[in-house]
Design a protein around this ligand. Structure first.
Ligand SMILES: NC(=O)c1ccc[n+]([C@@H]2O[C@H](COP(=O)([O-])OP(=O)(O)OC[C@H]3O[C@@H](n4cnc5c(N)ncnc54)[C@H](O)[C@@H]3O)[C@@H](O)[C@H]2O)c1
Length: 346
């Protein structure tokens, strides 16, 4: 008979019971090595409903979370404006953190946070969940293994089904920091060292986005240190639903991932052929596996005592690229990254 004592699951607190908080809550509750102990949200009714479903305790404030001596990890799914403070508190307590993107809308605040936590080895992960999407992750590892030779061009297409409401757009930080940031991180997943950013934006269909001074459609071009070219195409709408595609083109071939449908059933009729189900509606469905895999990677990194990936600097780099894209779209000029925001390694 084994004398090994069973390992107790890691005690986790979740901040935020909104859209992304609900995804994380269910995934934490389902994870064999994690226990969802607390859900914190000043909107206590939201926290209570989610806590009742997942077996957690609902609390109103971060103070109540950090007062618990047996807290092992936090997942930060509260609004962007709360991220820097909650990361800082978790790191100061030596509590591992998985924080949603972006770190902050203001890179100066993010850089100040980085300085404050410099040298702190507590696991800290940034929620760029798309790195954990099985389709994109498979392409990235096959490119890294040299299957298509030298990577020359990467094409990322990411269109939302419909624009977010005006109130969300007003505080989103703009399309580059809100939507494109996922694709900028995806670009860095394949081409970590980006040296130049060009972008252009347009207002093609949404009045309230234009009134907010933002674009509803953008195209970004990135240049990698070894000459790789990356294009990112974003739109806040798509008549045929959530459009998420990626193509890696190399000297020896190409790897591509198309949109995902609930089934592979195809209809063939007089009016058309190859008709499939509609694409998975939006990010909650399309990236469901990615959120689970991301959380699993976080838990494993804590247990193994290894750095989390993507980490805080990946969050900073993606934010710097988003800022550069905004600058390029407003000025009409390409932005060299070395001359923009300088971010060294910690
Ligand atoms: N990775 C992704 O795919 C993804 C998707 C959506 C949102 N996000 C990010 O997640 C964050 C939350 O977005 P959302 O769409 O879930 O927002 P949301 O508005 O749906 O939910 C946010 C929740 O946080 C609560 N809250 C506010 N202040 C808080 C605090 N100090 N502590 C704890 N809870 C607090 C709010 O009451 C609300 O219930 C944002 O940073 C967003 O960029 C990431």
């Amino acid at each position: 008979m084994s004398t090994d004592r069973p390992v107790k699951p890691l005690k986790v607190a979740l901040f935020g019971s909104g859209r992304i908080g609900q995804v994380h809550a269910r995934n934490i509750a389902d994870h064999p090595d994690l226990e969802l102990a607390w859900i914190a949200d000043p909107f206590i009714d939201g926290a209570r409903t989610l806590a009742a479903e997942t077996g957690a305790i609902a609390v109103e404030s971060a103070d109540e979370v950090f007062a618990n001596g047996d807290l092992d990890a936090v997942v930060i799914g509260s609004p962007t404006s709360t991220h820097v403070d909650l990361i800082s508190r978790a790191m100061a307590r030596g509590v591992a953190a998985l924080c949603e993107k972006p770190i902050d809308l203001d890179i100066e605040r993010a850089l100040a946070c980085r300085d404050a936590i410099k040298g702190n080895n507590t696991p800290l992960m940034l929620g760029f969940n798309r790195r954990f999407d099985p389709h994109f992750a498979a392409i990235q590892s096959r490119v890294a293994a040299g299957e298509i030779g030298r990577l020359e061009q990467l094409t990322i297409i990411s269109r939302d089904p419909a624009p977010a409401p005006a109130a969300y757009i007003a505080t989103s930080g703009g399309i580059f920091r809100d939507q494109s940031i996922h694709d900028l991180d995806m670009a860095r997943f394949f081409v970590p060292d980006i040296i130049e950013v060009s972008a252009t934006g347009a207002n093609l269909f949404c009045d309230y986005i234009e009134e907010a001074g933002d674009f509803d459609s953008v195209v970004i071009t990135l240049k990698g240190r070894d000459g790789e070219l990356v294009t990112i195409t974003n739109s806040r709408h798509s008549a045929f639903g959530h459009d998420q595609r990626l193509e890696a083109f190399g000297s020896e071939g190409m790897l591509s991932a198309g949109n995902v449908t609930p089934t592979t059933v195809r209809k063939y009729g007089a009016a058309g052929t190859e008709e499939s189900d509609a694409y998975l509606p939006f990010f909650l469905e399309r990236y469901a596996a990615a959120y689970r895999n991301e959380l699993d990677s976080f838990a494993k990194a804590i247990r193994a005592g290894i750095p989390c990936s993507p980490g805080f600097d990946d969050g900073l780099q993606a934010l710097a690229l988003a800022n550069a894209a905004e600058e390029s779209a407003r000025s009409g000029r390409a932005v060299r990254i070395e001359n923009s925001v300088k971010i060294g390694q910690p």
